[in-house]
Design a protein around this ligand. Structure first.
Ligand SMILES: *[C@@H]1O[C@H](CO)[C@@H](O)[C@H](O)[C@H]1NC(C)=O
Ligand SMILES: *[C@@H]1O[C@H](CO)[C@@H](O)[C@H](O)[C@H]1NC(C)=O
Length: 230
């Protein structure tokens, strides 16, 4: 009996803390710098988007047409991500979910990237993909790779924030759809962020970080790094 009470108390405590932590919304964009009350007129952004007057809302606010059309994969990485986030479907605001279609040319790659605000669940509808994600730094200093070959109908999950990729192993085109647990999950393409930032990161920083000759960093910083996200 005492055990039951103990379990009930734990349950109540758990619920209380989940209510408490449900108060602050998670970030919905990269940053949301506070403004002083006296400067409030210059505050144009909120965490998320402003809400439309409900009486002006129509079915089209929750609608998108054209996801049957493949993205153009004629680019350096041979892939194209069509994102349907809150910018494309305004009705997604505050709902914590979005969608993407990803097309891959033969040997096309959706290069290593992370979604800072969303977990991804991906389903392959055509072709064969080699996919994987890498954990954050573990206590022993390692980063563990979880990888899998996916065929049509296979599903894989990429946990929020972790670096992941998909590579088309087949001779055919490949197509996947992905759900993301944010209205604006964000994308950080690793190579682009590191070698193509604006302005460039000091090459001495990258030379030391990657433990290579400076001319390799110079070479990488001069490349054209395509963003395959639309
Ligand atoms: C992705 O596909 C769309 C639609 O075809 C195209 O407008 C866009 O330029 C493509 N992006 C890249 C990076 O190839
Ligand atoms: C795809 O993009 C390439 C490179 O920008 C372009 O030459 C080609 O016409 C595009 N294909 C389609 C179907 O739009």
């Amino acid at each position: 009996m005492q055990g039951v009470h103990f379990l009930l108390s734990l349950l109540v405590l758990g619920l209380a803390s989940s209510f408490a932590s449900a108060y602050d919304p998670s970030p919905l964009q990269d940053f949301c710098v506070a403004v002083k009350d006296s400067e409030i007129k210059s505050a144009l952004f909120v965490n998320g988007k402003f809400c439309k007057d409900p009486k002006d809302v129509t079915a089209n606010d929750f609608f998108f047409s054209g996801l049957d059309k493949p993205g153009n994969t004629s680019n350096r990485v041979g892939s194209n991500v069509t994102q349907l986030n809150v910018d494309k479907i305004p009705g997604l605001n505050t709902l914590g979910i979005s969608l993407a279609r990803i097309d891959y040319a033969p040997y096309g790659l959706n290069p290593p990237h992370t979604h800072p605000r969303g977990t991804e669940i991906l389903v392959v509808v055509e072709g064969t993909l080699e996919v994987g994600f890498v954990t954050s730094n573990q206590q022993d200093g390692s980063n563990k790779l979880f990888t899998k070959i996916l065929n049509k109908g296979d599903v894989f999950v990429f946990p929020v924030g972790l670096i992941h990729f998909q590579f088309n192993r087949g001779y055919t085109n490949a197509v996947a759809f992905a759900g993301l647990s944010s209205q604006n999950a964000g994308v950080i393409t690793i190579a682009n962020a590191v070698f193509d930032s604006d302005p460039r990161i000091n090459p001495d920083v990258l030379t030391k970080a990657f433990q290579v000759d400076k001319n390799i960093i110079d070479y990488l910083q001069k490349q054209f790094w395509v963003d395959n996200n639309n």
